[in-house]
Design a binder for this molecule. Sequence first.
Ligand code: SAH
Length: 209
Amino acid sequence: MTSERTRARMVERLRSQGVHNEAVLAAMGAVPRHLFVDEAISSRAYEDLALPIGFGQTISAPFTVARMVELLCAGRSLLKVLEVGTGCGYQAMVLAHLAQEVYSVERIGALLEKTRARIWPMRVRNLRFKHADGFLGLGEAAPFDAIIVAAAAPQIPQALIDQLAPEGRLILPVGVQKQRLVMVERRGGEILESVLDPVNFVPLLGKLD
Ligand code: SAH
C-alpha cells in the first residue's frame, strides 16, 4: 500500500486528472507521502484525499498539491520559494525537489516541531522551516520567485505581494465560505490577478500558536 508502485499509480492518476508537467509528476512520484501522515492512516496516503495531520489541520489531496505546484512553476524554473502553512511538510518536500531553495512557515509551533523531527533524518539541504505568521510572509528571506499558500486567506495578504520578486508568482486560496485559487503575478510594475479553480482549504489564521 505504501510502495513505489502505489506511488506510480498515483502519478498516473494525476496525469489523467490533467497534470502534465513532468518535473512535477517526478517530484510527486519521488516523495514518500505515507511517511508524512500517522501510521494508522498511512495506507490511505496515496488516495486523492485530504487527510488529518493533527492540530485540526489537513494535508492537501495529491491533486491539489500537484495542481498548485504546476501553476507555480509553469514556464520557468523555481529558484527561491516560500510556502505558507508547512503542516506535515509534504508539499514543502515536493517543492524541495523542484526549487533551488525553499522556505516554509507554520504558525502552530508544536506541529512544526513534529514536522522538523520527521524531516530531519531525510537530510534535505535546501529546505528551511520557521515558526512564523505567514500573513507577514518572511521578510528576512524575501524577495521570492514564487509563494504558495496552503490555507485560505479572506483576502490576499499585502506582505506576500510585496515580497514577490520581479516576475514573481503567488498562488493561494482566497475566500471564507466559497474559496477560489488565485494567481498573482508581478510583471514589471504591474500586478496581475487571475481567479482559478474552486477549492476547499483550512483557514489562514493570524497570531502564533
Ligand atoms: N502544505 C501542508 C498543508 C497544511 S494545511 C502539507 O503539505 O501538509 C495548512 C497549514 O497552514 C496548517 O498547518 C496551518 O496551521 C497553517 N497556517 C494557517 N494559518 C497560518 C499562518 N498565518 N501562518 C503560517 N501557517 C499558517
